[in-house]
Design a protein around this ligand. Structure first.
Ligand code: SIN
Length: 318
């Protein structure tokens, strides 16, 4: 179980959440304008009572944000939003961080397309990752809107990096607290990664711009909750700082097999018009590719983040 972080009481109409974060404030939140239904034990909740096209009141937005902080990823179904409404809603969360590699929506270049056509076989985002960890200031969150979904399949899995951290042994935690890891866009978005490999060419581009590298603590202090979270991912982490790749890989492999344990995950079954808002520092995700012969089209906006502080005072940010 994840320490004494969260106690949840469910009443017929409201969800009352009491969060006790060691070293931080004690918050008690009662949702008055939305309904929040947890989807997994450690991560994910469905939120209802919100119409993004109509706009959220200040109170509603605060409650939605609280649900996001508490659950790591939230899902809002049955939305009907234009690209402009997607952008305005995203701007309430922070500045938009434009993705440099995904094909953009032609009329709205800040929106990235996550697209797979019926004749294509490869999908985007099929291995576990967190968005933009190759950036020095990695993305805070992402807001994904489902425009076309297959009749069956194309679900997305999310895993809690708080749960992953909590369930490591004290010995492993102590070791990782002193470590940093290198992340890169080079191997993921350079020509070698996808030209002639599968069929994502055309959906991914700007290979020459895949030059971002960044170093982040392996255990971060989450900027919103203050809790420790594991911050290495299978897609973009290259190695531990000061270690060779050969030395790093066995420990990284262990951490991935641990972090993506089913117990720490939830699975979201999309319907057209669903919106997911996830925290890239508290969760990782992967998109299942089990719907050949059907189209799936999602619009994604990524929200800028900040330098990630280590959870241990022995390390510095960056
Ligand atoms: C992504 O990795 O950002 C896309 C996830 C999805 O398509 O479900």
């Amino acid at each position: 179980m994840v320490s004494a972080f969260m106690v949840t009481f469910s009443t017929k109409c409201n969800l009352i959440i009491i969060c006790t974060i060691p070293g931080l404030i004690t918050m008690a939140t009662q949702y008055k304008t939305i309904t929040v239904t947890p989807l997994g034990h450690f991560v994910g909740a469905e939120v209802s009572g919100v119409d993004i096209a109509e706009g959220l009141s200040e109170q509603q937005f605060l409650e939605v944000r609280q649900a996001f902080v508490t659950h790591g990823v939230i899902f809002i179904r049955n939305q009907n939003i234009t690209p402009d409404q997607h952008i305005s809603f995203s701007e309430r969360w922070g500045e938009i961080s434009v993705n440099r590699f995904f094909q953009a929506v032609e009329s709205h270049p800040v929106i990235a397309e996550v697209r797979k056509e019926a004749h294509q076989t490869s999908n985007i985002g099929s291995s576990w990752h967190t968005d933009h960890s190759y950036d020095q200031l990695p993305a805070m969150g992402s807001i994904l809107y489902a425009r076309t979904v297959p009749k069956l399949g194309g679900d997305t899995l999310f895993s809690s990096m708080y749960a992953a951290y909590e369930h490591l042994s004290d010995g492993m935690k102590n070791t990782l607290h002193r470590m940093r890891a290198e992340h890169s866009s080079r191997h993921a978005f350079s020509e070698a990664a996808y030209v002639g490999v599968g069929d994502v060419e055309g959906r991914l581009s700007n290979a020459a711009e895949a030059t971002q590298d960044a170093v982040h603590p392996v255990i971060i202090k989450h900027p919103l909750s203050g809790k420790p979270a594991l911050y290495v991912n299978g897609e973009f982490t290259v190695k531990f700082e000061g270690w060779s790749k050969e030395e790093s890989q066995p420990l990284l492999d262990y951490l991935y097999s641990h972090a993506y344990k089913k117990e720490f995950t939830c699975r979201f079954k999309w319907t057209q018009g669903s919106v997911a808002i996830w925290d890239n520092r508290a969760t990782q995700h992967c998109a299942l590719n089990d719907y050949d012969g059907e189209q799936r089209l999602m619009h994604r906006i990524t929200i800028s983040g900040e330098c990630l502080e280590p959870s241990s005072s022995e390390l510095k940010c960056g």
